[in-house]
Design a protein around this ligand. Structure first.
Ligand code: SAM
Length: 289
């Protein structure tokens, strides 16, 4: 059964009385080459264990099952469970878990299902939870690689370099934990219903150690968020809400200069290394009184 064939999709979903939910980000793939390519890149054959988020009708799940020892597919929509029971009936290495990826303990799920063996994550992610889902996948520290389809602009933002319009706090967050790479683009006409935006398949390879060493991780990310909250302002002005209780603007400017930054710089120009150096200087400041 070609689960990307539009006639098959209509027939199977029609039999189960299924209706697409926009609010659950349900856009199913209609080009069979896309799930094949995603599965081929996912590492399922090499690592053996896969967690898939949002199997939908199961087109990507089936490709993963062909390559992996075991696939755990987490689907929120209960209406898809009987559909998946039908479309995945031919695979004995797949288990569908009904649940919300954002509410699950992914590390515990991997321990329960795979023991101490490694696993990869793979998904055509629903757009409405892209950022929290990627955050949960990274923070679980449970996956050797994370291969996900997301809106193309989001993939570009995640991979963006300093000084570009796409560079932001989420670029830095992801690049702190992982090496991101865009694998290929997927146009909007490869889905039913057709979304308004194009997509891209992104692979994140979690790093053994964060990309930069910082004394205080919370402070590092607080600094990054402050810099991008007011990205059109100079970094000195953007840091006033965070540091104003301890330093005046001249003091913040001196702090920037002490790590080799121009006092007129905007935060969007700083690399991870520069944010890390600055965060370590801030960590040396006396506590606010
Ligand atoms: N994998 C299928 C494909 O590529 O055709 C469907 C992908 S569709 C973009 C996203 C899927 O994620 C849907 O099946 C949707 O019901 C499911 N989903 C939405 N929110 C979810 C959540 N919080 N946790 C798990 N699955 C979710």
């Amino acid at each position: 059964m070609n689960l990307c064939d539009i006639d098959v999709i209509r027939a199977v979903l029609g039999r189960h009385g299924f209706r697409f939910s926009k609010s659950l980000g349900q856009n199913f793939l209609t080009d069979a080459s896309v799930p094949q390519r995603i599965a081929a890149y996912s590492g399922a054959d090499r690592v053996g264990n896969v967690v898939e988020i949002g199997p939908g009708m199961g087109c990507l799940t089936a490709e993963l099952c062909r390559r992996a020892n075991k696939v755990i597919a987490v689907e929120l929509d209960r209406a898809l469970l009987p559909v998946l029971a039908e479309t995945l009936a031919g695979f004995d290495n797949c288990e569908v878990v009904q649940g919300d990826v954002l509410a699950l303990d992914l590390a515990a799920l991997c321990r329960e299902k795979f023991g101490v063996q490694g696993a990869v994550a793979c998904a055509n992610l629903p757009y409405y939870i892209t950022t929290p889902a990627i955050t949960a996948l990274l923070e679980s520290r449970a996956f050797e690689t994370i291969t996900v389809m997301v809106q193309r602009e989001v993939a570009q933002r995640i991979c963006a370099q300093p000084g570009t319009a796409a560079y932001g706090a989420f670029s830095i967050y992801v690049q702190y934990w992982a090496q991101p790479e865009i694998l290929f683009d997927v146009p909007a006409n490869c889905f039913v219903p057709q979304p308004k935006v194009d997509s891209a398949v992104l692979q994140l390879t979690p790093l053994a150690q964060p990309a930069v060493a910082v004394r205080d991780e919370k402070l590092f990310f607080a600094l990054v968020r402050a810099a991008f909250n007011m990205r059109r302002k100079t970094l000195v002005n953007a840091l006033v809400p965070l540091l104003g209780g301890r330093l005046d603007k001249a003091g913040i400017a001196a702090l920037l200069e002490s790590v080799g930054l121009d006092a007129r710089v905007r935060g969007e120009r700083l690399s991870l290394q520069e944010f890390a150096a600055l965060a370590d200087k801030v960590a040396e400041l006396p506590e606010e009184v």
